[in-house]
Design a protein around this ligand. Structure first.
Ligand SMILES: NC(=O)c1ccc[n+]([C@@H]2O[C@H](COP(=O)([O-])OP(=O)(O)OC[C@H]3O[C@@H](n4cnc5c(N)ncnc54)[C@H](OP(=O)(O)O)[C@@H]3O)[C@@H](O)[C@H]2O)c1
Length: 250
């Protein structure tokens, strides 16, 4: 993989390119793959047909760098999410950064409509977290509490700021990777909770009428280029997000 910005590095490992100076600092990073037409899904309505080998290398490195992997329930259901599994070579780097266990998957859901028998719960070495709200049916919350770590934050919808605070302060999960989907991304951006947006631009026009990487965002969010990498025909761009009332730091 080649880094083009902020300076040229001919052969860089994604773990090193994306590792922050303070690997333990609170940080929320989005990562999504898209076609050049901005579509975030392939003909089968999942993201799998968009990314190549480089995208997968970035995907696994970003997971290895994270304390927790946040995902909307729509994506967890559509993409049949399982628990985080880590390659031995990345596990060594992860341990050296003080992360001894795989990152928990944290599923954001208002409905709590998740199957307690799913592999996301039964096969997880680090218990999966369900981040839900008081409006979720109590019997579903109860069933999930038997197989997962359930956090209730907010009344009618998940209070994402409160949920992230509980992950950070009660569980020590400060560096969070969000893998989408597009609706959750919009809610996080609208709440001013995102520090960085990472995206793979796949060398294809995906076609169809699938969503973009952010859906339903009202208002504009300014970004500043933080990193640009290439691998074959794939481009990997990362942007810092401006905090409300500020320009994104360049
Ligand atoms: N290209 C990529 O990198 C990529 C990445 C991820 C997903 N995708 C694609 O995106 C599609 C899914 O899109 P989506 O927008 O439906 O996904 P999503 O954002 O993952 O899921 C939406 C669902 O997540 C829950 N949710 C999200 N934000 C919430 C909030 N603030 N409070 C409470 N619950 C919240 C709700 O679940 P409940 O319905 O359970 O209440 C909501 O219906 C799939 O086709 C997937 O393949 C692509």
């Amino acid at each position: 993989m080649r880094q083009l910005w902020p300076h040229v590095v001919d052969d860089v490992a994604p773990y090193d390119a994306y590792r922050l100076g303070d690997a333990a600092a609170p940080h929320l990073r989005l990562n999504m793959v898209q076609g050049l037409d901005g579509r975030a899904t392939d003909a089968a309505a999942v993201s799998g047909g968009l990314g190549g080998d480089g995208d997968f290398a970035v995907f696994v490195a970003l997971r290895a760098l994270a304390d927790a992997i946040l995902v909307g329930a729509g994506t967890a259901r559509a993409e049949d999410y399982g628990p985080h599994r880590i390659r031995p070579s990345l596990a060594i780097r992860r341990r050296a950064d003080g992360r001894t266990e795989p990152a928990p998957i944290v599923v954001v859901t208002r409905s709590a409509a998740l199957d307690p028998a799913a592999r996301l719960f039964g096969e997880a070495r680090t218990p999966t977290v369900v981040l839900t709200c008081a409006a979720a049916p109590p019997e579903r919350r109860q069933a999930l509490a038997a197989v997962a770590d359930v956090i209730v934050a907010g009344e009618d919808a998940v209070d994402l700021a409160e949920g992230l605070r509980r992950l950070r302060e009660d569980r020590g999960l400060a560096h969070v990777l969000c893998e989408g989907g597009p609706s959750l991304n919009a809610d996080l951006l609208a709440a001013g909770l995102v520090d960085e947006v990472c995206t793979t631009i796949a060398p294809q026009l995906a076609g169809g009428s699938g969503p973009g990487i952010v859906e339903g965002l009202t208002g504009r969010v300014d970004l500043a280029l933080a990193r640009l990498l290439t691998d074959g025909a794939e481009l990997f761009a990362s942007y810092r997000v401006a905090r409300p009332g500020q320009a994104a730091a360049g």
